[in-house]
Ligand binder design. Structure first.
Ligand SMILES: Nc1ncnc2c1ncn2[C@@H]1O[C@H](COP(=O)(O)OP(=O)(O)OP(=O)(O)O)[C@@H](O)[C@H]1O
Length: 449
């Protein structure tokens, strides 16, 4: 069945052009041009993916993301941003967006993200009672751990090697996308538990009402929807490691339940009287300062100390610039393998831009930028024109200025002309604008055919 997609974008021509492109690639697409229209459509029918602009006339993409999480949890949300908005886009990922794509982009990049997203769980899962388990239990990472050569990385790796073989609970702190989950897996892999399960749970994705059943399991019939006995994460990780990502997102009540289980090392599935002994190590991660949450009273101090027997801070990519090209090489190799390409490296201009850029989305952003660039590159070295605008335009000294709309429009027109083999009437139709408007825009952007 083709992916059902809702595009929410106030730039009407851009929305129409994206819809046409996706429809030509076997997607079923509808468009909305503001938040009110989008809300109505989301309430009326189920979408597999909502692609929304971050800035909308009456709302923003984050609000729509939150609406989807609440009323349509099976729907994946992808955020489109102008280049100056990457930090908000990274926030959107923390809140559950599957990815973000910065304008101007080529439609093929969007297609790649959609292809990847459909490899994740499907919309139909929402009808099944075990859906939250699928959502909250992340597919455990199995990537080689690149160690880094910078001083901060060396220190951080030393800590991992020191604490790895112990049984201590480790709290990993670091910005989003710095590699907290990969680090947790590396700690697990250096421990005696390495041949036992590593279960990663996204605490931010578990609704608080069912957290007990997610963590400790339930017996059939214990509540509506409990159609089978279910094993919780604690039992699934027995003998191994339970990784609690975004642990700061647990509700106060769930914190109490978690603390009790950690103190007693026993759990009781919901609806059962039997206590089950479990032997596991907890590694947790947060991208906020949990001591602040403790001071505010939103995170229990006793739980904080129990989780934080040892803490590791992962530096942001900005603080470990010496590692940048090591990671670039690694992600390039990964992208070459997964896309069947043989790109050798980066063009000099791209190297310079990479060095200057602040990488607010850290390693995840670097990995995405490289994968998309590899997809679009047909030469041996990645050229500057397949690199997102924000990476090229942001130099650390330069003030941010949003001129994404113009660059975006220009690129759209070029794409449409290419697609229409320079037939202007056809290009205008693709863009949903009149031929006259197209002529004016060709002049305005000095596009010559
Ligand atoms: N040391 C590393 N070696 C190889 N790949 C890495 C490394 N660290 C991170 N990555 C890659 O970078 C991406 C982001 O890593 P990860 O998901 O662990 O970040 P995170 O800090 O847990 O993010 P979030 O805070 O959003 O949960 C992943 O695709 C991961 O494979």
């Amino acid at each position: 069945m083709s992916q059902r997609i809702l595009i929410v974008e106030d730039d009407v021509a851009f929305a129409a052009m994206l819809a046409t492109f996706l429809e030509r690639n076997q997607r079923t697409v509808v468009t909305a041009h503001n938040g009110a229209e989008a809300r109505k459509m989301i309430a009326d029918r189920a979408f597999e993916v909502v692609i929304t602009d971050l800035k909308l006339p009456d709302t923003n993409g984050i609000e729509l993301l939150e609406l989807c999480k609440e009323s349509a949890p099976g729907t994946k949300v992808l955020i489109m941003t102008g280049y100056a908005d990457v930090t908000s886009a990274v926030d959107a990922i923390k809140k559950g967006a599957i990815d973000y794509i910065s304008k101007p982009f080529r439609p093929e990049e969007l297609l790649m993200i959609l292809d990847q997203s459909s490899e994740m769980f499907s919309l139909d899962d929402r009808d099944k009672p075990e859906v939250t388990e699928k959502k909250a239990t992340k597919q455990s990472v199995d990537v080689p751990f690149v160690k880094g050569i910078s001083e901060v990385s060396k220190k951080f790796n030393e800590y991992i090697n020191l604490v790895g073989p112990t049984n201590m609970c480790v709290l990993i702190q670091g910005e989003s996308g710095t590699g907290k989950e990969v680090a947790a897996k590396a700690i697990h892999d250096t421990s005696l538990r390495r041949n036992e399960p590593f279960i990663a749970v996204d605490c931010g994705a578990i609704p608080k009402e069912i957290a007990a059943s997610e963590f400790f399991g339930h017996v059939k019939g214990s509540f509506t929807g409990a159609v089978n006995d279910k094993i919780g994460h604690f039992q699934a990780a027995d003998g191994g490691t339970l990784f609690l990502d975004e642990v700061g997102n647990l509700s106060y009540e769930n914190q109490i339940q978690l603390l009790r289980a950690l103190q007693e090392r026993r759990i009781k599935p919901v609806g059962s009287n039997a206590e089950i002994e479990v032997d596991l190590r907890i590694i947790s991660a947060t991208n906020e300062d949990l001591t602040k949450a403790v001071n505010l009273g939103t995170f229990r101090e006793d739980l904080y100390h129990r989780l934080n027997e040892f803490s590791v801070h992962i530096p942001s990519l900005h603080e470990r610039k010496e590692d940048l090209f090591l990671f670039t090489e690694f992600f390039l190799e990964q992208a070459n393998i997964s896309l069947g390409k043989q790109i050798k490296g980066l063009d000099k201009m791209v190297e310079t831009a990479f060095k200057k850029y602040s990488w607010p989305g850290n390693l995840r952003e670097l990995k995405n930028v490289i994968k998309r660039a590899v997809l679009l590159t047909n030469t041996s070295y990645i050229p500057i024109d397949v690199i997102p605008r924000e990476v090229i335009l942001e130099t650390e000294a330069a003030p941010k200025k949003d001129f994404s709309k113009d660059t975006n429009e220009r690129l759209l027109i070029i794409n449409a002309l290419e697609e229409a083999q320079n037939n202007k009437a056809k290009a205008a139709r693709l863009l949903n604008i009149t031929r006259k408007t197209l002529y004016n825009k060709l002049k305005q952007y000095q596009i010559e055919l």
